[in-house]
Design a binder for this molecule. Structure first.
Ligand SMILES: [Zn+2]
Length: 195
């Protein structure tokens, strides 16, 4: 997950430095403790509410669980930031508002052992290929054998996507960036009785 800090105009340099520290996030945690931030703020004669008045963060998520598109969330406090980052429910706002699937509960659409066991041998072979090869160009080479027009393979890929076992990450102009799968999938495959 990437994020950007948005700071209002006419914020003093000193305050910008503290704001950057306030939002600084790495490896699942904030880099600077609140005590540390408060100390700097009191030196400048500000409080935490000054930071929240003058700044917010935009989180960039690479894919919505329901529509697979990348999306952004605006957060206005560390608490909201953490809630979004730790949420199992990675869903964009429009899907949250309009998708009937969202009402069924996002957890029900995650792939299960059954989704793997149900795959045909061919689907399973392609899935293992995607997991082992990972790299887009290797997938084109060894699964598609360089024939990107191969509709049979696309059918399989689409089926795997429909079952939410894999998804395709795309660039803004809708070109394929990479093939993705959730960390749960290799675990599920280990438990699969198949040669
Ligand atoms: Zn969505």
């Amino acid at each position: 997950m990437e994020y950007e800090i948005v700071i209002s105009h006419k914020t003093s340099k000193d305050l910008v430095a503290v704001i950057s520290k306030y939002w600084s996030f790495k490896d699942e945690g904030f880099v600077y403790s609140i005590e540390n931030i408060n100390k700097e703020l009191s030196r400048l004669k500000y409080t935490q509410s000054t930071i929240l008045d003058k700044s917010h963060c935009i989180l960039h998520f690479s894919n919505c669980t329901l529509c697979f598109s990348s999306y952004e969330k605006i957060v206005t406090s560390r608490k909201e930031f953490l809630n979004e980052v730790n949420s199992q429910e990675r869903v964009c706002n429009p899907c949250q508002s309009y998708s009937p699937k969202y009402l069924e509960g996002v957890s029900t659409i995650f792939p299960t052992q059954e989704s793997i066991d149900e795959l045909s041998d061919l689907e399973y072979r392609v899935l293992i290929g995607i997991i082992q090869l990972r790299d887009k160009m290797l997938i084109y080479k060894h699964i598609f054998n360089n024939d990107l027009e191969n509709q049979e393979i696309w059918k399989i890929i689409n089926m795997l996507q429909k079952k939410r076992i894999i998804w395709i990450e795309r660039t803004n102009d809708y070109k394929i960036k990479s093939f993705k799968f959730s960390e749960k999938i290799p675990e599920l495959i280990k438990n699969t009785q198949r040669n």
